[in-house]
Design a protein around this ligand. Structure first.
Ligand code: NAD
Ligand code: DAU
Length: 335
């Protein structure tokens, strides 16, 4: 039986990861350390909050005392807490540096002190942009070239993890993955924004020419990838994790969503581009396949449809976010 400290477990990937882990590792205990920023939503964890193997600690990963006491008492840390939205980092980078860089350093200090296993969840955005013309994909040897403040803060956190591995010999691994989609994704991100806009009759803002390409990964495949790294990953290594169906541009994604919802293309609104918008991301995940047996199981079209259905069936979940009332949940259930 293991005790896992998950940071950022009330966010999109973190809450999916906790659901996944409690289903697949019945003996394990999970402590979820989350600050409950705007992106942290306890309604994501409603159905497991009474599970005796799950405990929430509301706190900040930059708090040395909280982090120290929780790291001391666990077997392994899965670090997901971050400021994660590129557009917000363009408006104001300060919180990205505090949480993503300083917070990671504070976790690393505790991991070093108490000699614990650490897995750092990072992003393919640290590698910068690929062109539409090239056939290249990112892999574990791609040089770092972050272009947004968010990506730069994640790159800095990756460098810190690597430095602690090299200098202090901590037992850490890193994963860099592509764009996740699935249930519980905050509706500021492209797919849930598009679906929830359509469900209330609004148009979908598509940046620039809409030909930006992402390598979509269903969130449960990502969770299984992290599990495989914890189980079989070589200490000190980085693993790139990507999706099954792979690359698709934003307009194509939207046309698929419009088709699923029976809407017409006049719901597409081309708007001003994101500054410094990365043209294309794509992941070569062959190292994870060879070393860990990683293989995405969820294809984009089928799971996009299931994801759209999830947002249709869970209107309260996103309406509570849009109205702001999701923030009352903590007061009602925990205070
Ligand atoms: P999210 O924004 O949905 O959730 C982030 C969570 O971290 C929230 O629950 C928030 O309350 C918590 N948090 C933020 N600052 C904190 C702090 N200082 N202390 C404690 N908790 C704090 O993010 P996500 O999309 O689930 O991403 C999770 C991780 O995966 C991030 O590290 C992100 O960089 C990485 N990632 C995300 C994607 C993606 O497509 N969403 C892709 C690759 C990598
Ligand atoms: O690649 C992994 C990254 O994927 C993660 O590290 C980030 O945390 C995550 O937010 C995501 O970053 P992106 O910037 O790729 O995701 P986002 O959902 O913001 O945008 C996806 C694409 O859609 C991108 O090309 C920008 C575009 N877009 C986005 C929004 C919000 C639009 O065209 N219109 C929009 O309103």
């Amino acid at each position: 039986m293991a005790k896992l400290l998950v940071t950022g477990g009330a966010g999109f990937i973190g809450s999916n990861f906790i659901h996944y882990w409690l289903k697949t590792h019945l003996q394990d205990e999970i402590i979820n350390l989350d600050k409950l920023t705007y992106a942290g939503n306890l309604e994501n964890l409603k159905d497991i909050e009474k599970n005796p193997n799950y405990k929430l600690v509301v706190g900040d990963i930059t708090n040395v005392d909280i982090v120290g006491s929780l790291v001391k008492d666990c077997d392994a840390v899965v670090h997901l807490a971050a400021e994660s939205h590129v557009d917000r980092s363009i408006m104001d980078a300060a919180e990205f540096i505090r949480t993503n860089v300083l917070g990671t350093q504070i976790l690393l200090d505790a991991v070093k002190q108490y000699d614990k296993r650490f897995h750092h969840v990072s992003t393919d955005e640290v590698f910068g942009a690929l062109t539409l013309e090239s056939k290249n994909k990112f892999n574990e040897n791609t040089p770092y070239h972050p272009t947004s403040p968010y990506a730069a803060s994640k790159a800095a956190s990756d460098h810190l993890v690597r430095a602690f591995i090299y200098t202090h010999k901590i037992a850490a691994t890193i994963s860099n993955c592509s764009n996740n989609f699935g249930p519980y994704q905050f509706p500021e991100k492209f797919i849930p924004l598009a679906v929830t806009n359509l469900l209330v009759g609004k148009k979908i803002p598509v940046y620039g020419d809409g030909l930006y390409v992402r390598d979509w990964l269903f969130v449960e495949d990502h969770c299984r990838g992290i599990d495989l790294i914890l189980e079989k990953g070589r200490i000190g290594e980085t693993y790139c994790l990507g999706g099954m169906t792979s690359e698709i541009n934003n307009l194509e994604v939207i046309k698929k969503i419009l088709k699923i919802l029976g809407e017409s293309e006049d719901k597409i609104e081309l708007v001003k581009d994101r500054p410094g918008h990365d043209r294309r991301y794509a992941i070569n995940w062959s190292k994870a396949k060879q070393e860990l047996g990683y293989q995405p199981q969820f294809d984009f079209d089928r799971y996009l449809e299931k994801t759209v259905q999830w947002y249709q069936q869970n209107k309260n979940w996103w309406q509570n976010i849009k109205s702001g009332s999701y923030k009352d949940y903590y007061e009602k259930q925990y205070q």
